[in-house]
Design a protein around this ligand. Structure first.
Ligand code: SF4
Length: 399
């Protein structure tokens, strides 16, 4: 059944409550839903209903196009001055010897391992430590650009920027300008967690506030930069906190238009200070993707990180508003596996990723970071993917 037929069926369903009919009509007509509408969707929206609406929005924006990119990650350190309760990744400063702390040379060695590989982006994010300061990162960005000018640098979150700029005694606007001049191309979506202070204070009370997170993105957008946004869900927050979070993003996006992609991140309970909490169900994951797609009418893309939710759920998510499943991430990222994600060895070659998308009748489109189309793989016939298997061994600095 086509998406429009599904919506018509919904609207003709005599059992549909009037409030849900009104929301469906708004979505069908391309109108914005309210905060109350969003809350009702979280509280009572069934998976089938939400999926029909979210898929309608997804297909109106992108048809069957499903985006991925080829990137690699550098995580400078997993030691951190902060102590977020949900974090399975970091080692506290007092346990410093248990983590890794890459030097500039270590990190340039990782960049050089990808020489000649068809990657378009390096994604840099990690813990917060004093030695990774303004001078360090501006020098690092310049070195990357000198070595490989075409590589898009997507780096650091407001958590890191807030710390770095405070230490350097400069404001956000000045700091982001310095980063841009050094070679920064875009900002990833991390560190957003949940903006509402009642929740943020409990799970991540010592790092930048939600307001500061938004201010740093705004400063970046005002320089013409693009960025992403995330939301950590499924822990102690209520639906009203998720709506508050989405609303803050929607409002900022109305002002700047600088966000590209929203990425919901599921709370995982392995090996962190919130391990006593159960994880939410797959149904809730899909509902959350769908409501995000419906609510954030001014965001271009909704992304599911396949290593976090598994390949099968990533396929399913493409029917619930998701149009991007990130990339052929290799095992240079440890964030997912250390947080107890479904994929403990997150490596997928380009043919594997393309086939995963084609299996559910969507169009695999390789993009660059800014969503320029690099290649449509719909009819690609793979021979032998010798060129890039998405795996490069890392130098081990600390064990
Ligand atoms: S979530 Fe980020 S800021 Fe918080 S402890 Fe972990 S690495 Fe540090």
């Amino acid at each position: 059944m086509t998406t429009n037929r599904k919506i018509e069926t919904l609207l003709n369903d005599g059992k549909l409550k009037p409030a849900f009919r009104q929301i469906a009509e708004k979505v069908f007509n391309g109108e914005r839903i309210t905060k109350d509408d969003g809350l009702l969707l979280f509280q009572e929206g069934t998976l089938g209903y939400l999926g029909a609406l979210a898929n309608h929005v997804r297909e109106r924006l992108h048809g069957d196009d499903t985006f991925f990119n080829r990137n690699f990650h550098i995580e400078p350190t997993n030691v951190c001055v902060y102590d977020c309760k949900f974090c399975s990744y970091s080692r506290l400063l007092k346990k410093r010897g248990e983590g890794w702390e890459y030097t500039m040379d270590d990190m340039m060695a990782i960049v050089k391992q990808y020489d000649g590989q068809p990657v378009t982006e390096v994604h840099i994010v990690g813990g917060v430590l004093p030695q990774y300061d303004l001078a360090f990162y501006t020098e690092f960005f310049r070195k990357i650009k000198t070595h490989r000018p075409d590589l898009h640098i997507k780096a650091l979150t407001p958590v890191e920027y807030h710390y770095i700029f405070k230490k350097a005694k400069i404001g956000y606007a000045e700091g982001m300008k310095i980063m841009k001049d050094a070679g920064l191309d875009s900002i990833p979506g991390g560190g957003a967690e949940i903006f509402h202070p009642d929740i943020r204070q409990q799970i991540a009370g010592d790092k930048c506030t939600g307001e500061q997170w938004l201010q740093i993105h705004e400063a970046w957008h005002q320089l013409g930069g693009r960025s992403n946004a995330t939301m950590l869900y499924g822990h102690i927050e209520g639906y009203e906190h998720r709506i508050h979070h989405l609303e803050q993003l929607r409002l900022l996006q109305d002002r700047t238009g600088g966000f590209q992609t929203f990425i919901p991140l599921k709370f995982r309970n392995q090996d962190n200070q919130m391990s006593h909490l159960p994880e939410v169900s797959v149904i809730e994951d899909l509902r959350n993707y769908a409501i995000s797609r419906i609510y954030l009418d001014n965001f271009g893309h909704i992304k599911a990180y396949w290593p976090m939710i598994s390949r099968n759920i990533a396929q399913l998510s493409l029917a619930y508003g998701v149009d991007d499943i990130d990339g052929t991430i290799d095992d240079t990222t440890k964030i997912y596996s250390m947080a107890g994600s479904e994929e403990q060895n997150p490596a997928m070659s380009t043919p594997e990723l393309v086939n995963l998308i084609r299996q559910v009748n969507r169009r695999p489109i390789e993009r660059d970071t800014l969503y320029n189309v690099l290649k449509d793989y719909t009819n690609e016939v793979f021979e032998d993917d010798k060129q890039y298997k998405g795996y490069v061994a890392l130098p081990v600095v600390y064990q």
